[in-house]
Design a protein around this ligand. Structure first.
Ligand SMILES: O=C(O)CCC(=O)C(=O)O
Length: 360
């Protein structure tokens, strides 16, 4: 979750910060020839836990590396835990490719729709249909005074009377651009970093603001979260999906080390689903001084954090968008229809994380 990363020199020197720096994307310094394509610096990935290969060899031999345990919970696929991190569960490949594609579509089209809020709300107010606007090459224009206004505003806008920003066709936007501020919808889509579903999280207060208008978590997402939460749930209890944060990552984006401590009952897990390009996840301890474990998160993996694991620092220092490391071939095949081109184009260079929470 954003907004909780401790800044300053002390934080810079912790074991968690060192690991973040180790895996972060840096580029080779080829600044002398500015025309050359920027090359990512090589990073040693040999210490990154790979639950996909752990799961494959466990299925074949029943063996597990030291420190990793198989959780016996009657789930329909292997669930792994970590001896030193009670309450942390990793379910490799928990989502089918069809499910992954469904949630990528939803994350781009429906989840950022008002009343759900996104990082763009602060500047532009609620924006409807950003993904469609980006697909259609539209431009968001600020309607700041009478000379910027006419009656030909785009039909896709549903921001309400008070909003000052509206999407326009490119040619109309150009004629207004001389007097009004503007930004293309595709740039805004690239800069989409989060959307919040269900009970709305207020980042500035670092708390849930129940007074903010909100819809319930979509039923299908809630059902999926209930099913996935099961290995981490106290016996006889059912997970109540009340809020979700959707994180969108482009190449170079990272989520700094943080705690998710704003929910009342930490015995209930956070259900965290990965979609799109592969990432590195860091799971630390209760202090930033504790050295974190690094692990790969692939599209379709689900992580649960409950109990003691809720008190552990965690973050995402890196996503991979290159062909060898992104590992999104199954998504490319599933999104091969022409209608899905826009989703494929987005997810080829992006990662989406949906994390679902019981707040009370
Ligand atoms: O992107 C992820 O896998 C982790 C997300 C997360 O830690 C959060 O939103 O609090």
């Amino acid at each position: 979750m954003y907004g909780s990363d401790k800044a300053g020199d002390d934080a810079e020197r912790t074991a968690f910060r060192k690991a973040e720096k180790k895996y972060k994307l840096y580029y080779e310094d080829n600044s002398k020839s500015s025309k050359k394509k920027k090359l990512p610096k090589q990073v040693d990935l040999s210490e990154v836990l790979d639950f996909k290969s752990i799961s494959e060899s466990y299925n074949q031999t029943g063996d597990l590396p030291p420190g990793i345990v198989a959780v016996n919970c009657g789930f329909d696929r292997p669930v792994f835990g970590l001896e030193n991190h009670p309450g942390f569960y990793f379910i490799p490949g928990a989502l089918t490719v069809e499910e992954q594609c469904q949630w990528i579509r939803e994350s781009l089209t429906n989840f950022p729709q008002p009343p759900n809020r996104t990082n763009h709300n602060v500047i532009y107010g609620p924006l409807s249909n950003l993904f469609v606007a980006a697909k259609e090459g539209k431009i968001l224009v600020e309607e700041k005074s009478d000379d910027c206004l006419d009656s030909k505003s785009s039909d896709i806008v549903s921001n309400g009377d008070a909003q000052r920003w509206k999407f326009y066709e490119e040619d109309i936007a150009k004629s207004r651009g001389k007097t009004c501020k503007s930004v293309s919808a595709s740039v805004l889509l690239r800069k989409l970093r989060w959307s919040t579903l269900g009970l709305q999280f207020a980042w500035s207060k670092r708390n849930y603001d129940v007074s903010l208008p909100h819809n319930k978590i979509p039923d299908a997402l809630g059902q999926l979260a209930k099913r996935m939460a099961q290995p981490a749930m106290p016996i006889g209890e059912e997970f109540r999906p009340e809020a979700a944060i959707v994180n969108y990552f482009a190449l170079g984006d990272a989520l700094g080390g943080h705690l998710d401590d704003m929910e009342l009952d930490w015995s209930k897990p956070i259900v965290s689903m990965s979609l799109g390009c592969k990432a590195i996840f860091l799971l630390g301890g209760k202090s930033r001084e504790d050295e974190p474990l690094a692990m790969f998160l692939r599209s379709g993996d689900v992580v649960l954090m409950a109990g003691e694991a809720r008190e552990c620092f965690h973050g995402v220092p890196r996503i991979f968008t290159d062909e060898e490391n992104a590992e999104i071939t199954p998504l490319e095949l599933q999104f091969s229809h022409a209608d899905d081109h826009c989703f494929l184009e987005y997810i080829r260079t992006s990662r989406i994380n949906i994390n679902i929470r019981q707040v009370y």
